[in-house]
Ligand binder design. Structure first.
Ligand SMILES: Cc1cc2nc3c(=O)[nH]c(=O)nc-3n(C[C@H](O)[C@H](O)[C@H](O)COP(=O)(O)OP(=O)(O)OC[C@H]3O[C@@H](n4cnc5c(N)ncnc54)[C@H](O)[C@@H]3O)c2cc1C
Length: 427
């Protein structure tokens, strides 16, 4: 088993853009070069703005290259709660998530990015009868709100017996997120965006007339700034308090599995699946003939967010989950593990708004940012370049930079895991 401090999807590029040195003036500076920041910067440049993109490491090398590769139209957490608490914007959130998938599919075509994308749809499945009732209730709410989905029985879906059925999103699919993120990076490096890698922003000050960014290599002065630093949001004092809690998500990948074994396991359709636990599990096949399993047990931190190898106990827990859901694949060995940080908002919904008159935050797409972060980035770019606010942006826009403290901390993470295992046992 190989433990990766970064991602198991792709090798790290050897050529990095030069770090920022000295003093620089631009129209708009974008902080953080994940898929969200890169799309913000690309779109701003398309509008003719002089844009500087500052990335502390390598563009795309954060969560963007480490995720499970689901291009998903999922919305936040439990739809029954969302529909109740966000009644006015719920339909808008569903539409935003749907548009995000289509936008990102177009993006791959537009930049000719070969990332093994397969338009498979995605099954959110129950693994116990009690979960199934809850999933169906949530599914009806989502379908009523316009989600392009259908309620299905697991046995009709060509998935293993452990997956009872639930809601099947007809749009979206799976890809190699590493090649996708690096494909977007290539587009950014070839564009008019002035890109600085290995350039950390240490502080952002809105002076009233402009914004000054204190960086590891000197000062950048911009008319406006967009913050797209995801899990690192709290590290800049200008970020609204409680915007996002850093949460670490772990992934494992198996060795190659013979197609006959997958068929024998009942996974004849190869439909990618997520479970409807409080903290989901995800199972998908890859173009290289392996299975990737993620999430289940999260981590958070009071200390620094860093790149380190995945926690062995969490990896072991993911392996246990895989063995439980796919008993006939008992001889298939896990081969790789990696992990990444995401920013979790209190509502578990994407958010954007003004942190100060000249600084916009556009981050925290939680566990659905592969499609949503690029889409949100481009909508924010359009808006700050003077276009009317798009209805999809309105659905996630916050008029005031005020957030309640989130429920995500080490205790609630542990409790959620225990509740999920209790549900499993009852099932
Ligand atoms: C294991 C795992 C599985 C996941 N699975 C899925 C999935 O299947 N589908 C899905 O939609 N989403 C998934 N996600 C979530 C998804 O990856 C994220 O929502 C998405 O990548 C967010 O993109 P981003 O651009 O906002 O953030 P990131 O990709 O994290 O980019 C933020 C960037 O900001 C940089 N940065 C931070 N601070 C500074 C600073 N001060 N100065 C300069 N640069 C800075 C970082 O280095 C980083 O590159 C998963 C995440 C993980 C970790």
């Amino acid at each position: 088993m190989q433990y990766y401090p970064h991602t198991g999807w792709v090798d790290r590029p050897t050529h990095l853009a030069a770090p920022f040195q000295g003093e620089h003036h631009c129209d708009i500076a974008v902080v953080g070069g994940g898929v969200g920041g890169m799309l913000t910067a690309l779109r701003l440049a398309e509008h003719g703005r002089d844009v500087a993109l500052l990335e502390s490491d390598l563009c795309g090398w954060g969560a963007s290259a480490r995720n499970a590769g689901y291009l998903s139209s999922a919305v936040g957490s439990d739809p029954r709660i969302l529909a109740k608490y966000y009644r006015d914007r719920f339909r808008g959130l569903v539409r935003f998530a749907d548009s995000a998938v289509r936008f990102t599919e177009d993006l791959m075509d537009h930049h000719s990015i070969d990332c093994d994308y397969e338009q498979t749809g995605i099954l959110a499945s129950a693994v116990t009868p009690s979960q199934l009732e809850a999933v169906k209730a949530g599914a009806r709410i989502l379908i009523d709100a316009g989600m392009d989905s259908v309620i299905v029985d697991g046995r009709d879906m060509g998935v293993p017996d452990a997956f009872l059925g639930g809601i099947y999103a007809r749009i979206g699919g799976i890809m190699n997120p590493g090649t996708f993120a690096l494909g977007i990076r290539d587009a950014v490096l070839a564009s008019d965006v002035t890109t600085f890698e290995q350039s950390r922003v240490l502080d952002v000050t809105d002076t009233g007339n402009s914004v000054t960014l204190d960086t590891s290599g000197g000062l950048v002065h911009a008319e406006k700034v967009v913050l797209t630093n995801n899990a690192h949001a709290n590290e800049l004092s200008i970020t609204p308090r409680w915007l996002a809690t850093p949460v670490r998500v772990t992934a494992i990948e198996t060795e190659q599995v013979a197609p006959g074994l997958l068929d024998a396991a009942g996974w004849t359709s190869r439909t990618p699946m997520v479970t409807r636990h409080m903290v989901m599990e995800s199972y998908r096949t890859t173009a290289r003939g392996t299975i990737v399993v993620t999430t289940r047990k999260l981590q958070t931190t009071r200390g620094k967010i860093d790149d380190r190898q995945p926690d062995q106990a969490i990896v072991a827990d993911l392996v246990r989950a895989f063995r439980t859901r796919f008993p006939t694949l008992h001889d298939v060995q896990p081969a790789k593990a990696w992990a990444g940080w995401i920013g979790m908002t209190p509502s578990v919904l994407p958010v954007a708004g003004y942190a100060s008159p000249r600084v916009v935050y556009n981050s925290a797409c939680n566990g659905h940012g592969l499609a949503q972060a690029p889409y949100l980035g481009s909508l924010v770019a359009d808006y700050i370049c003077g276009k009317d606010m798009h209805d999809d942006l309105r659905a996630v826009w916050r008029a005031k930079p005020k957030f309640a403290p989130g429920l995500v901390n080490s205790h609630t993470i542990k409790l959620a895991w225990m509740a999920d295992r209790f549900t499993d046992r009852r099932g």
